[in-house]
Design a protein around this ligand. Structure first.
Ligand code: N1C
Length: 285
């Protein structure tokens, strides 16, 4: 039995739940299943909304688990055709512009579960039935196993497990952490501490390197094609396909028997950048 609490829930260091969370989830679910992808018209948005909130309400927001999201995952299962999965890291906007034009390709946010949750924040509290709209745990300052981080890890893992054929990843060559080999080495070397004592969460914030590449199925995925994109007018390119950081990615995939190719400034995506900066010299040739 839970009594109404006398004191407000504990204050965390992260942004609170998104106002009108449940209504947004329900509205997005109907938009996706009724208007965008009618082939998912059979999905039960009422049940999906309930499964989503039940995954974290009345629970300690620092002890969220994959298990909490299993029913939600089951209710939102979706088949993505082979050769159409697009992963990304540090390139949210560009990757989504790309699949906006290429309607036959899917990032996680182009699937039902990713579409529903994109950009939202949520958490509850062990001592209350309510959502916490004041604050939620910050992944670095409070705890890693918070409802939002665990959610993205869980759905990213499933998205990668289900990928087949030729898959793509849009990487950002204009940041130092184009690919996070430290996230990845946690898996390569069993003795490497996943959460280093010196720097508890260094390199934890890279889902592609930490979760997705390790959950691609060799034999199902034939090749990963990386597109390393550079900001137009960016003063410095940190990484290209010839950078050692890309060799790390190549090495991990070769160990897993998945072929790898890499191309700098892939033209179809470069065109999208050029829509914004048509006068740049790199867009004129
Ligand atoms: O940590 P990242 O990128 O490497 O994660 C991106 C990678 C993509 O391929 C997606 O399939 O992992 C998946 N993914 C999301 O789709 C997603 N949408 C929103 C992972 N995280 C996602 N978010 C939130 O943005 C989440 O809170 C996470 O921490 C960031 C990831 O951004 P990033 O570092 O650019």
């Amino acid at each position: 039995l839970m009594w109404p609490r006398a004191t407000p829930p504990r204050a965390w260091n992260g942004t609170g739940s998104t106002p009108h969370f449940s209504e947004i989830v329900l509205g997005r679910c109907f938009t996706y299943t009724q208007l965008l992808r009618p082939e998912l018209g059979h999905a039960d948005c009422g049940q999906i909304g309930k499964a989503f909130t039940n995954a974290f309400l009345s629970k300690d927001p620092c002890h969220s688990s994959e298990q909490d999201y299993q029913l939600l995952l089951k209710l939102t299962s979706q088949t993505i055709p082979c050769h159409s999965s697009v992963f990304w890291s540090k390139s949210t906007q560009l990757a989504h512009l790309y699949t906006r034009v290429r309607q036959d390709m899917f990032t996680l946010e182009d699937t039902l579960i990713g579409y529903i949750a994109d950009g939202l924040n949520w958490c509850g509290d062990a001592g209350s039935y309510e959502m916490n709209y004041q604050s939620c745990p910050h992944w670095r300052k409070d705890c890693i196993n918070n409802p939002v981080s665990v959610f993205w890890d869980t759905v990213s893992k499933r998205f990668a497990e289900n990928a087949c054929g030729e898959v793509q990843v849009v990487l950002n060559g204009s940041v130092s952490n184009t690919f996070d080999k430290n996230s990845a080495s946690a898996y390569l070397n069993p003795h490497w501490p996943r959460r280093s004592v010196l720097n508890p969460v260094s390199s934890m914030n890279n889902t592609f390197g930490r979760v997705e590449i390790h959950n691609l199925h060799p034999g199902k995925v034939s090749v990963l094609k990386a597109w390393v994109m550079h900001d137009i007018g960016g003063v410095y390119s940190y990484h290209t396909c010839s950078s050692p950081i890309i060799d790390d990615l190549k090495f991990i995939l070769s160990k897993r028997n998945i072929s790898f190719t890499c191309e700098d400034d892939y033209r179809p995506i470069k065109f999208l950048q050029c829509v914004k900066s048509p006068e740049d010299s790199s867009c004129r040739k």
